[in-house]
Design a protein around this ligand. Structure first.
Ligand SMILES: Nc1ncnc2c1ncn2[C@@H]1O[C@H](COP(=O)(O)OP(=O)(O)OP(=O)(O)O)[C@@H](O)[C@H]1O
Ligand SMILES: O=P(O)(O)OC[C@H]1O[C@](O)(CO)[C@@H](O)[C@@H]1O
Ligand SMILES: [Mg+2]
Length: 525
């Protein structure tokens, strides 16, 4: 039996003519530092094809593990500026001590200083050895679930850096929808850049639009400007959807003379960031593009969780608790709460688990029927008969197949969903009317209230770690990477690996099973 290994995006990047980098030149004169390549023709993101290389694995071949690991190592190797241009490292200016790290006569840092991450440090991506493909949440490569080590690169400050901090102009942009913690990440990026010695830091307003809409001026950023921005939700720089023309953005990056760009956003933003990185490579620019994954939906592959998710789950508790109180106090009360989650049910599942009061949790990954002996409505009747009230928590992307689809999309091309909350409310009301049983349905849609809040303590820490590591990654010379937490360890990942697909709740996972145990709901088929 052969299993396809995942797409190799890294292999699609063409290496080209070597280029003169900035480091080593005594001044910050860009015309001396960087020789720009020819501009490529304009292209639209959505039509951009990435070459696919999917070697087949033959498990009867005793070397298949080696083949898999070689392929894995290639896919997860971090793209670096030196892959396409000539850049020389210099000792870092980042020090946790009040004085600069000690340098010996050759300019290298003394070994006794151990505050840095070695480029060869790795963290394990998978830590469970599954005995069988039928084990809960099993994620096996071969039919025997063989143990294959999959190592990814550890994040953090390196001893050697590839930029001269006082020459660096760094930009920060926040794209997509809002997410608690955006301001914490912006703040940490600025503080860390300053710690390296960067003086020229700017914010790009309202997502990718800020690159080419004339009235959206750069926002100068420094420690004083960002000092208190984490005390409020939202994005200090503003966000937006749509408007990402990669060629125009890279033109703008060149015109602004940015050396580093920190791109905060979800799957769509990261797809854009990777294309920007590829275009910069094509033009042989010494620009580091580093992503920081942002989504309350927690739908980014490979990561333990994304910042904002924890806060959103916590903010959802108020809505669920209110719905519970309403339902519990009414005669035959039915509380219904709709939470965000376009295609992944993580917020709804975790909020239901956290509340402990939810009787029915409905997520996009697990189809359900409303009518019939196994349907949601029959179970509601049972709950009203036995408990006297019921509480439902539904993700906005759940049950879309039960609704009329409009095919409309938002500015970024995301599907505009039909309202499952309103549909459920109507169906429940009419069902109980039809069967002649009184019901009192209270529908709460807290949509934007779960994300337009400041980060909670746990997310604030996560944002701090991610923001700092993003800066360390850029100074280390990586580009086209993002940073996240894998099995509690902080790592860098090549962007293509995290945007291969949306991360979904696995209906075979222990977490979903725990949710079912907690709600006591049956299968709704
Ligand atoms: N496939 C893509 N390639 C390049 N750019 C993209 C792609 N998808 C979206 N973008 C751009 O990225 C930005 C953000 O995308 P989107 O609105 O989908 O949010 P997101 O980053 O996925 O975050 P959220 O979790 O809030 O949806 C937009 O400016 C959009 O034009
Ligand atoms: O109304 P907006 O800003 O497009 O955002 C809504 C979307 O944002 C998300 O939370 C993703 O960030 C989705 O779950 C939701 O559909
Ligand atoms: Mg998106």
């Amino acid at each position: 039996m052969a299993l396809k290994s995942p797409v190799d995006f890294a292999g699609s990047i063409t290496s080209g003519q070597k280029h003169l980098g900035c480091f080593g030149t005594p001044s910050c004169n860009r015309s001396r530092c960087v020789r720009y390549g020819k501009k490529s023709r304009k292209h639209q993101l959505a039509t951009r094809a990435i070459s696919v290389d999917r070697p087949q694995l033959d498990f009867s071949n005793p070397d298949w593990k080696k083949q898999f690991q070689e392929d894995f190592n290639r896919r997860f190797s971090l793209p670096h500026l030196k892959d396409v241009i000539d850049v020389e490292p210099r000792p870092t200016t980042f020090s946790l001590k009040s004085r600069a790290p000690l340098e010996n006569v050759n300019g290298s840092i003394q070994e006794s200083w151990n505050g840095y991450v070695n480029d060869d440090d790795r963290a394990l991506l998978k830590v469970i050895k599954f005995a069988s493909p039928t084990s809960a949440g099993a994620d096996c490569i071969d039919p025997d679930c063989s143990w294959v080590e999959q190592w990814v690169h550890r994040a953090g400050p390196r001893k050697q850096i590839y930029f001269e901090p006082q020459c660096v102009k760094a930009g920060i942009v926040t794209c997509g929808g809002l997410c608690p913690g955006l301001n914490d990440v912006i703040r940490q990026i600025v503080l860390t850049l300053e710690k390296y010695g960067v003086k020229n830091i700017v914010g790009i307003q309202h997502g990718f639009r800020g690159f080419f809409e004339d009235h959206l001026a750069e926002v100068p950023l420094n420690r004083h400007v960002v000092q208190n921005i984490n005390l409020a939700g939202g994005s200090f720089l503003g966000v937006s959807r749509g408007g990402a023309n990669i060629s125009d953005i890279v033109d703008s990056i060149q015109a602004r003379r940015l050396d580093m760009l920190f791109v905060l956003g979800g799957n769509g933003t990261h797809a854009g960031a990777n294309l920007i990185h590829e275009e910069c490579r094509k033009r042989k620019l010494k620009v580091s593009i580093v992503g920081v994954p942002k989504t309350i939906d927690n739908d980014i592959l490979l990561m333990d969780k994304t910042f904002g998710f924890d806060t959103a789950v916590e903010a959802a508790q108020r809505a669920i608790n209110s719905a519970y109180i309403e339902a519990h106090s009414a005669f035959h009360g039915i509380g219904l709460v709709k939470l965000m989650g376009r295609s992944s049910g993580f917020i709804t599942m975790h909020a239901s688990l956290s509340s402990g009061q939810v009787d029915i949790c409905l997520i996009p990954e697990v189809p359900f029927t409303l009518d019939g002996p196994n349907g949601v409505l029959r179970h509601l009747e049972h709950l009203i008969e036995t408990k006297g009230f019921a509480l439902i928590c539904v993700a906005e992307g759940a049950g879309q197949e039960l609704l009329q689809q409009s095919n409309a999309t938002d500015a970024s091309g995301n599907m505009i969903l039909s309202d499952i909350g309103v549909h459920l409310q109507q169906k429940i009301k009419s069902h109980f009317k039809e069967i002649g049983i009184h019901s009192d349905v209270k529908y709460i849609d807290p949509t934007y209230m779960v994300r337009a809040v400041r980060a909670n303590a746990s997310d604030a820490i996560l944002c701090t770690v991610l923001g700092q590591n993003a800066v360390h990654g850029a100074f280390a010379g990586f580009s086209g990477i993002t940073t996240g937490v894998c099995n509690t360890h902080n790592v860098y990942l090549p962007i293509p690996e995290v945007i291969k697909s949306t991360r979904f709740v696995d209906p075979n996972s222990r977490m979903w099973h725990r949710c079912l145990t907690s709600t006591g709901q049956p299968d709704f088929h």
